[in-house]
Design a protein around this ligand. Structure first.
Ligand code: HEC
Length: 114
């Protein structure tokens, strides 16, 4: 009896260093987010959002988002973008970003918005 251990190493190359990631995120942001997030009535400004208190801009937030405690950590941004109405049931932001990679890139870009 032979046992053949077919060990096929899967090599994962991470080509995207942080600045490249943010650049990808900027493209995604321009396509998917910018429309609403200009600081007008459609969505709050996202400048400085990373690390800021949730729902702390001058914007008419939903009671759902206002009721959330805490700050926009990476994990909170990721959770919100993955499933806004799971993170804050009743939120008025409907768009979600199902791709883990795209969310990571978008969060990296959000951190560059001062
Ligand atoms: C159709 C309009 C619309 C689009 C598109 C949209 N948003 Fe939003 N976003 C909103 C609204 C409205 C809120 C406020 C939600 C609430 O009050 O419940 C919000 C809230 C947020 C917040 C919380 C802001 C804060 O001050 O606490 C973040 C972060 C955010 N959006 C990121 C994004 C990103 C990233 C994208 C693109 C992937 C995106 N949004 C696309 C409308 C939009």
């Amino acid at each position: 009896m032979f046992r053949i251990a077919a060990a096929v190493p899967v090599l994962v190359f991470s080509l995207a260093a942080a600045p490249a990631l943010a650049a990808d995120g900027q493209q995604l942001f321009n396509m998917q987010c910018k429309l609403c997030h200009t600081g007008g009535p459609m969505g709050p400004s996202l400048s400085g959002v990373a690390g800021a208190r949730i729902a702390s801009k001058d914007f008419a937030y939903s009671p759902a988002l206002k009721a959330k405690e805490g700050t926009w950590t990476d994990a909170n941004l990721d959770a919100f973008l993955k499933a806004p109405s799971t993170f804050a049931p009743g939120t008025r932001m409907m768009l979600n970003v199902p791709s883990d990679e795209n969310r990571e890139a978008i969060v990296a870009f959000l951190k560059t918005l001062k």
